[in-house]
Design a protein around this ligand. Structure first.
Ligand SMILES: CC(C)(COP(=O)(O)OP(=O)(O)OC[C@H]1O[C@@H](n2cnc3c(N)ncnc32)[C@H](O)[C@@H]1OP(=O)(O)O)[C@@H](O)C(=O)NCCC(=O)NCCSC(=O)C[C@H](O)C(=O)O
Ligand SMILES: [Mg+2]
Length: 269
C-alpha cells in the first residue's frame, strides 16, 4: 500500500507510550515520524494505560507531523485489545512488530483500515520480506530482535546484519515502498550513530529508527540530501542533454537526471 508522505521520512522516533514526558518532548522535536510504542518498550503491567495514553496523544494531534502506534505482536496477550482500540483511533499509521508473512499484513490492513508499516525483525521475516512488501506501507528493520534471532553476539557490530538489511531494502524497492533502518542503541556516542546512518544510506535505506531526541538532528542531516549533493544535482540537470555524455569526469545518462530530480524533490520536501 502506498502512503506518499512516508517516502520523505528520514527519522522514526520510537518512544514508550507509557512515558508522558517523552510524548510531550516528541511534540517539539523534528523527527519526521513519531512512533508511540505499546510493545517492547512497555512493561506488561503498563500495557493498558500506555494504550490509553497513545490514543489520547494522537487524538490531540502531533504538531502536524506523522504519528504511528506500534502495536503488540500477533499472538501476544495484548494484540486483540490493541486492534479494538486502534480501529477507531486517529493514528494515521500503524507499526506491526515481528511480521513473518504477507497474510499477517493483509489481515491487519483490513482490520485496521490504515497503512501498516511492517517490522522485519526475525530470520523468518527476512526470508519473507519480498512477500510482506506487497501489502506493507513500508518495511522497518528491527535490528535488536534480529541480532538476537541470528545469535549475533552483543557488541559485535552490524556486519552480521548486512545480508538481512540488504534483503529488506531489496524487498521494499521491488514494491516501490520505503525501507527504514533499525535503531542505534548507543545513546551517548553520535559517532556510532553517524557511522550507522552513513552505512544505512549506502545500503539504500530512506531513513532510520531512533530511540532518543539526541539522535534526530544527525539522522535528518545524513538521510537528507547534503548541500553538495543538491548543488551537484542542479549542475547535472543543467548540463545534461539526453543520452550518454561526460559530466565532471564520469558518464551520465537519462537515469542520472531522473535520480538528480528525485534528490531535488526530496530536498525541496
Ligand atoms: C533509552 C531511554 C530509556 C533512555 O532514557 P533516559 O536516560 O531517561 O533519557 P534522558 O534522561 O536522556 O531523556 C532526556 C529527555 O528526553 C526525553 N526522551 C528520552 N527518550 C525519548 C524518546 N525516545 N522520545 C522522546 N523523548 C524522549 C526524556 O523524557 C527526557 O525529557 P524530560 O524529562 O522532559 O527532560 C529512552 O530514551 C527511551 O525510552 N527510548 C525509547 C525506547 C523505545 O521506544 N524502545 C522501543 C523501540 S526500539 C526497538 O526495539 C526496535 C526494534 O523492535 C528492534 O528489535 O530493534
Ligand atoms: Mg523488536
Amino acid at each position: 500500500m502506498n502512503h506518499a508522505a512516508l517516502h520523505f521520512v528520514r527519522s522514526l522516533l520510537f518512544l514508550p507510550a507509557s512515558n508522558s514526558r517523552a510524548i510531550e518532548k516528541a511534540r517539539s522535536l523534528s523527527a519526521d515520524l513519531v512512533v508511540l510504542d505499546l510493545e517492547d518498550a512497555v512493561k506488561p503491567e503498563d500495557k493498558a494505560s500506555a494504550r490509553r495514553a497513545a490514543i489520547e496523544a494522537v487524538s490531540q494531534g502531533f504538531e502536524g507531523r506523522l504519528v504511528a502506534i506500534r502495536m503488540n505482536a500477533l499472538g501476544s496477550p495484548w494484540f486483540g485489545e490493541d486492534v479494538v482500540a486502534l480501529r477507531h483511533c486517529k493514528a494515521s499509521l500503524v507499526v506491526m512488530p515481528k511480521i513473518e508473512t504477507r497474510k499477517q499484513i493483509h489481515d491487519a490492513d483490513r482490520l485496521l483500515s490504515r497503512p501498516v508499516l511492517a517490522m522485519v525483525e526475525t530470520p523468518a521475516g527476512v526470508l519473507a520480506a519480498a512477500e510482506i512488501a506487497h501489502d506493507a506501507a513500508a518495511l522497518v528493520a528491527g535490528v535488536n530482535d534480529l541480532s538476537a534471532g541470528l545469535r549475533i553476539p552483543a557488541g559485535s557490530g552490524r556486519a552480521g546484519l548486512a545480508h538481512s538489511l540488504q534483503a529488506i531494502v531489496l524487498a521494499a524497492r521491488a514494491q516501490g515502498i520505503p525501507a527504514f533502518d533499525g535503531v542505534c542503541n548507543a545513546l551517548d556516542d553520535l559517532d556510532v550513530l553517524e557511522a550507522e546512518c552513513r552505512e544505512g544510506r549506502s545500503y539504500g535505506f530512506d531513513g532510520k529508527s531512533l530511540i532518543h531526541p539526541s539522535q534526530v538532528e544527525t539522522t535528518n542531516r545524513l538521510f537528507g540530501p547534503s548541500e553538495e549533493e543538491i548543488a551537484e544535482a542542479e549542475r547535472l540537470i543543467a548540463a545534461a542533454s539526453g543520452g550518454a555524455e561526460r559530466f565532471e569526469g564520469r558518464m551520465i545518462e537519462a537515469l542520472h537526471v531522473e535520480q538528480a530530480e528525485a534528490l531535488l524533490a526530496r530536498a525541496h520536501r
